[in-house]
Design a protein around this ligand. Structure first.
Ligand code: DQA
Length: 146
């Protein structure tokens, strides 16, 4: 089973950006934590990040025929990008939306998510652990649904 974790803009700034919201751990801490968990559960998980909308579309399209499940935190593009939503619908691979912060309790503009309608589940406000929960959920979902 292959899972791809895709992170959007400014997530490479974790540890520096707004630590009161996103914490003090860095992006590389996040990637290490995910890879360690992947090893523990014996699943092939790759972790990618881009600040560019088109790159995120490419990262989703590349999954077609190769990847069984996607965990995505599109960052600010969550709230604006029809292109990322369209890419998710195009490949039709089980996808989970993750946000480190509780977007639904923040500014009004964060309460719109285009990607949500293409996802089997959304996890918000669980910090880095949200990614681990998403991987575990996705693994079980893929095992049960093929
Ligand atoms: C975020 C929430 C978004 O609103 C924001 O633009 C981000 C990070 C989160 O993980 O909490 O960049 O996706």
């Amino acid at each position: 089973m292959k899972i791809r974790v895709i992170n959007g803009p400014n997530l490479n700034m974790l540890g520096i950006r707004e630590p009161d919201i996103y914490g003090r751990q860095t992006y590389s801490d996040l990637a290490d934590m995910i890879k360690e968990h992947a090893d523990k559960i014996g699943t092939d998980v790759e972790v990618l990040q881009s600040n560019h909308e088109g790159d995120l579309v490419d990262m989703i399209q590349e999954c077609y025929g190769k990847i069984d499940g996607i965990v995505i935190n599109p960052g600010a593009y969550t709230h604006t990008s029809v292109a990322i939503y369209d890419a998710a619908k195009a490949v039709s691979i089980p996808m989970i939306e993750v946000h480190i912060s509780d977007v639904d309790k923040r500014e009004a503009f964060r309460q719109t998510s285009y990607i949500r309608a293409a996802c089997i589940k959304t996890i918000t406000g669980h910090g880095f652990n949200g990614y681990i929960e998403a991987i575990d959920f996705l693994k079980k979902y893929i095992e049960e649904n093929g």
